[in-house]
Design a protein around this ligand. Structure first.
Ligand SMILES: *[C@@H]1O[C@H](CO)[C@@H](O)[C@H](O)[C@H]1NC(C)=O
Ligand SMILES: *[C@@H]1O[C@H](CO)[C@@H](O)[C@H](O)[C@H]1NC(C)=O
Ligand SMILES: *[C@@H]1O[C@H](CO)[C@@H](O)[C@H](O)[C@H]1NC(C)=O
Ligand SMILES: *[C@@H]1O[C@H](CO)[C@@H](O)[C@H](O)[C@H]1NC(C)=O
Ligand SMILES: *[C@@H]1O[C@H](CO)[C@@H](O)[C@H](O)[C@H]1NC(C)=O
Ligand SMILES: *[C@@H]1O[C@H](CO)[C@@H](O)[C@H](O)[C@H]1NC(C)=O
Ligand SMILES: *[C@@H]1O[C@H](CO)[C@@H](O)[C@H](O)[C@H]1NC(C)=O
Ligand SMILES: *[C@@H]1O[C@H](CO)[C@@H](O)[C@H](O)[C@H]1NC(C)=O
Ligand SMILES: *[C@@H]1O[C@H](CO)[C@@H](O)[C@H](O)[C@H]1NC(C)=O
Ligand SMILES: *[C@@H]1O[C@H](CO)[C@@H](O)[C@H](O)[C@H]1NC(C)=O
Ligand SMILES: *[C@@H]1O[C@H](CO)[C@@H](O)[C@H](O)[C@H]1NC(C)=O
Ligand SMILES: *[C@@H]1O[C@H](CO)[C@@H](O)[C@H](O)[C@H]1NC(C)=O
Length: 734
């Protein structure tokens, strides 16, 4: 255990400080407790560098209770991180209580009548023990002679997880370290909630209520983060690390403060919310992360086949084709019973069809806790991968998305009968309308054009894919409506239209200052990385372009239009298609020429986007005076002549960071390199964007669709690929 190693090494320092302080005859605060030096009311034990303090405290004076606790010494308001006698408070009026080393060598809390109230209660060889408080807030009982650690508060956590401590379990010894909430904010006795690691593999962080009922879980641990916590992307410097030692039988999470100049802890509140709080020097506490944050994140909120919608007054609804199991319970606000099929046998009639296998929905019962939220993704990650990744588009519309459905009539009202005034534009496979629901919430409705009969595949694809994804840089699908000929997707409304609306219009591009542009670039990068790496499914978007980047009220970018996206199994890195779809100008050479696509084809499109955002120029329809056939070749020249500075949009005048502009052009050029293998991955892009790391030199992009020297795309599947008609017409078309 980390705490152990550290503290034995610090023993000498303790002794030194002790001598130093004793010589100053400083009596109020003390640095240890021994059999001859007890701690009494009014005194405190402090850690060597004064970070933590231990003593008597009373969280609620009217309750006439006092406790021994540990808190941050210099931080106000007082934040208690550990309590000794949680279940046995002393009377506040008991001024003669003391914390001392008893004759059996244990730490003992005695009341004014010398009655034992709390004890470390271990077997100790001698009575020469000493208790000290270390600088990470760990309260230690040590052998006074050998320095051996006999007991430590980090192995008896309260409601607070401190850097240096661990949470977890040891299957060999049966020990487990969990957080237990306080009963109320002012009552430290054992509360209703427990947080810790589950013992089944893979380990997940859980919050249980009333001992064993799961309330929330994190999703399984994946390399450096919990899969179900969207905030924990690769950029997030997670303070949490999971350590497993099969030999010792231990699984622990460490909590490391990544920055020693900030104070942080993770606490389980009396209301069952796990919160990571951070405080910088001189600043206030702020909440870095918490879970569960929404009602819908609460485990099993709406029961099996229930769909949770935090935005609705009626929070739980049944999936299409299902009805509440118990109307009475639902009426009383107890939704945990969930829903049952309206017609039991409907899906069981054709046992040979693939859809009957999809009826594995039953497997999802125990996970069906959220709706379009986080939990859906968790649910799928628990299911067999095959089901998830069964080839992309050909998924029957069977209701497997668990998305909320919208009533067609309600949409008609919301969009004013799809009036022209409400029309926002034309999406990939239908028109998009603005709407306003009865509760005032604004929505965007994508309506598949019923006449053409086209786009059904894209519609299904988008619905199924996007319902599995959730990230702040992806547009959120709120639900759908399928009624006879009508097929509608309902999204959150984005008030600021799309990126192309701003950047390519000289008049409007002045509204996007440099900070906003950087924020947009970073946001797209994070959304894309989520698609490629962080969602449980691996998704390649295939049609990333300025018009598919929507902007919310704060100009945050949201990737949209997943009609062409593809879902991948973990191992597939390259795929081919005979049907080349996408948008000219954003298509990577290998895709345009051979139909080969991978994450790196999205990286290419992202590179084009960066160059467009920096320059305010379109890659397609680029106003190529003389030699430049595209924005890319212009960017290349600019890079060589001015490190890309003269590429920067005139609309920005001088109000931009030259260093950041150079960095962006550089990254953009790395992303649009001809060979997919030369292009960085999205995690690498994010690291380069956030950090002045060494970036490799970009190679000159020579490929353009116009004069196309076909590059070697280094595909292993070359034999399978053949230029097809679509490719040819593309080349001609350009
Ligand atoms: C303090 O304790 C009293 C007595 O137990 C209780 O009635 C009161 O609600 C508590 N106050 C707070 C702020 O919790
Ligand atoms: C505490 O101890 C002192 C000295 O033994 C005694 O005089 C006093 O009454 C005690 N106070 C309480 C509250 O028991
Ligand atoms: C500690 O133990 C020694 C020998 O076992 C005994 O003589 C002494 O009284 C004990 N001291 C205390 C404070 O209990
Ligand atoms: C000490 O531990 C024993 C055995 O676990 C238990 O029976 C006893 O009640 C404990 N005593 C105190 C004061 O906690
Ligand atoms: C826990 O149990 C208590 C009493 O049995 C009940 O009142 C409370 O609602 C339960 N809490 C949760 C979160 O289930
Ligand atoms: C640590 O936090 C301080 C205060 O927020 C900040 O100034 C400093 O840059 C941070 N250091 C690192 C290495 O992140
Ligand atoms: C809620 O419903 C579930 C399942 O129907 C039942 O087991 C549970 O006791 C109910 N809870 C309350 C607080 O009524
Ligand atoms: C059952 O499903 C199979 C495969 O999808 C299909 O060929 C067959 O027609 C279906 N039978 C019935 C009775 O629907
Ligand atoms: C950039 O624009 C945003 C929003 O339009 C604004 O909040 C911000 O202050 C601007 N930044 C600079 C440096 O002008
Ligand atoms: C973005 O939308 C918000 C909210 O509708 C609006 O206040 C703001 O002016 C818009 N920004 C731009 C640059 O149009
Ligand atoms: C292209 O650029 C030239 C010179 O900058 C300009 O005169 C011309 O109007 C531009 N053409 C278009 C279509 O923007
Ligand atoms: C920034 O770069 C340094 C040096 O390459 C590296 O140690 C550090 O982890 C990087 N930080 C981030 C956030 O990528």
């Amino acid at each position: 255990m980390g705490a152990k190693d550290k503290d034995s090494g610090e023993l000498i320092i303790y002794l030194f400080l002790l001598l130093y302080w004793c010589s100053l005859k400083y009596c109020y605060a003390t640095y240890n407790i021994t059999s001859s030096q007890a701690l009494s009311q009014g005194q405190t034990l402090v850690s060597p560098s004064q970070s933590f303090e231990l003593g008597f405290f009373s969280p609620n004076s009217t309750a006439n209770h006092q406790y021994i606790g540990i808190w941050y010494k210099e931080v106000s308001p007082l934040k208690v991180v550990w309590v000794a006698n949680r279940e046995n408070p002393l009377r506040l009026t008991d001024s003669n209580a003391s914390l001392t080393i008893g004759s059996n060598g244990n730490l003992e809390l005695l009341d004014g009548n010398n009655k034992l109230v709390w004890s470390t209660n271990i077997t100790v060889a001698s009575n020469r023990s000493v208790a000290v408080l270390s600088d990470n807030g760990n309260f230690l009982l040590k052998d006074g002679t050998s320095g051996e650690e006999l007991w430590q508060s980090f192995q008896h956590p309260g409601d607070t997880f401190l850097p240096g401590a661990v949470l977890g379990f040891n299957t060999k010894t049966g020990e487990s370290y969990v957080l237990t909430s306080w009963k109320t904010d002012t009552d430290p006795s054992l509360g209703n909630f427990i947080a810790g690691l589950s013992t089944h593999k893979p380990s997940q962080l859980f919050i249980w209520s009333n001992g064993s009922t799961p309330r929330w879980r994190s999703g399984p641990w994946e390399k450096s983060k919990f899969a179900g916590i969207p905030e924990m992307n690769t950029l997030y410097q997670s303070p949490i690390d999971l350590v497993e030692d099969a030999e010792k039988g231990t699984t622990y999470i460490n909590f490391n403060s990544y920055n020693t100049s900030v104070v942080m802890y993770c606490g389980l509140s009396s209301g069952g919310v796990l919160k990571t709080m951070v405080k910088e020097k001189g600043g206030d506490w702020y909440n870095d992360w918490e879970a569960p944050t929404h009602r819908c994140e609460v485990y099993g909120m709406c029961g099996p086949f229930g769909v949770c919608r935090d935005s609705e007054s009626l929070i739980c609804q049944c999936m299409r084709g299902f009805v509440p199991k118990s109307i009475e319970e639902w009426r009383d606000g107890n939704w945990t019973g969930g829903c049952v099929r309206r017609r039991q046998l409907l899906c069981e009639t054709n046992t040979s069809s693939p859809s009957s296998k999809d009826d594995g929905l039953v497997d999802m019962q125990s996970f069906s806790s959220g709706g379009e939220d986080l939990f859906l993704r968790l649910a799928h990650s628990e299911l067999v991968n095959v089901k998830e990744t069964r080839e992309h588009t050909d998924v029957i519309q069977h209701d497997q998305t668990k998305l909320p459905t919208f009533d067609f009539g309600a949409i008609l009202v919301a969009t004013n009968h799809f009036s022209m005034e409400n029309k926002l534009g034309q999406g990939g496979f239908g028109s998009v309308y603005k709407g306003k629901l009865q509760d005032g919430k604004e929505i965007a409705v994508k309506r598949l054009s019923s006449s053409s009969g086209q786009g059904v595949q894209e519609f299904k694809n988008e619905m199924i894919l996007i319902s599995k994804l959730q990230h702040r840089n992806l547009v959120r699908l709120m639900g759908y409506c399928v009624e006879e000929e009508e097929k509608l997707l309902v999204y959150e409304f984005m008030p600021n239209k799309s990126l192309d609306y701003f950047i390519f219009e000289p008049r409007r591009s002045t509204q996007l200052n440099w900070t906003t542009r950087m924020n947009i670039i970073n946001g797209i990068a994070r959304g894309l990385m989520y698609l490629h790496r962080d969602s449980c499914a691996r998704v390649i978007h295939r049609d990333l372009k300025a018009s598919n980047i929507l902007l919310d009220g704060k100009m945050n970018p949201k990737i949209s239009d997943f009609g062409l996206a593809r879902l991948f199994q973990g191992s597939i890195v390259l795929a081919t298609t005979r049907r080349i779809v996408g948008t000219l100008g954003y298509m990577s050479p290998e895709y345009a020429m051979r139909g080969t696509f991978s994450e790196k084809s999205d990286v290419f499109s992202f590179g084009v986007l960066i160059l467009e955002i920096v320059s305010g120029q379109k890659n397609t329809g680029f106003n190529y005076s003389d030699q430049h056939s595209s924005l890319i070749s212009y960017a290349w020249q600019s890079w060589n002549e001015s490190r890309g500075v003269d590429l920067v949009d005139d609309a920005l005048a001088d109000s931009y960071s030259t260093e950041e502009a150079i960095r962006c052009v550089h990254i953009g050029l790395l992303c649009v390199q001809d060979f997919a293998a030369d292009r960085p991955s999205m995690p690498e892009v994010i690291s380069m964007l956030s950090n002045e790391t060494n970036r490799s030199q970009p190679k000159q992009p020579i490929f353009t669709l116009q004069n196309s020297p076909v590059p070697d795309v280094r595909s292993q599947n070359d034999s399978k690929l053949s230029a097809n008609e679509a490719t040819m017409s593309l080349v001609v078309g350009r």
